[in-house]
Design a protein. Structure first.
Length: 153
């Protein structure tokens, strides 16, 4: 959906609902529900708001799955990095921890960085739609139209 596809600019209420759907990304998990509820409520009333809400819900679902996967991978790697530390405690209790332990500990930053990127991109979408502009997430907007999940009539 492009701005030229809509006959008029979205109303303040529609922009607010679309921004709410995108901005709810900061409340991971619950934000998906917000996007779905806005989509269900607006699909017959406002194409702009419904499309933005559907995009936001799909984006947040993908982001949540990605972040959960990263946290699970980090937990597994961190637990594996503890094995040499535990075995060293018996042999040499005063020895410094192995470097693998610090790598595992430091890699905790990766899920946090990805979460921040997901939040910032979602908030950027909220700012754009609040300003009355059409916003599309990279890959997701076009995919929704091509897949038939979004009826572009």
């Amino acid at each position: 959906m492009t701005e030229s596809a809509t006959s008029e600019a979205p109303s303040t209420e529609n922009r607010l609902l679309a921004a709410l759907a995108h901005g709810s990304v900061i409340v991971q998990g619950i934000g998906i529900i917000v996007g779905v509820l806005v989509y269900i409520n607006q699909r017959e009333k406002s194409r702009f708001t419904a499309f933005q809400a559907l995009q936001a819900a799909v984006y947040q679902m993908i982001g949540l799955i990605l972040v959960i996967g990263l946290w699970m991978a980090w937990t597994a790697c961190y637990m594996l990095s503890l094995i040499p530390l535990i075995s060293m405690m018996d042999a040499a209790p005063n020895a410094p921890p192995p470097p693998l332990f610090f790598i595992g500990l430091g890699s905790m930053a990766i899920p946090f960085i990805v979460m921040a990127i997901v939040w910032l991109y979602g908030l950027w979408g909220a700012v754009r739609v609040w300003g009355g502009h059409d916003f599309r997430y990279a890959l997701i907007g076009g995919w929704l139209e091509r897949s038939g999940l979004w009826n572009n009539e």
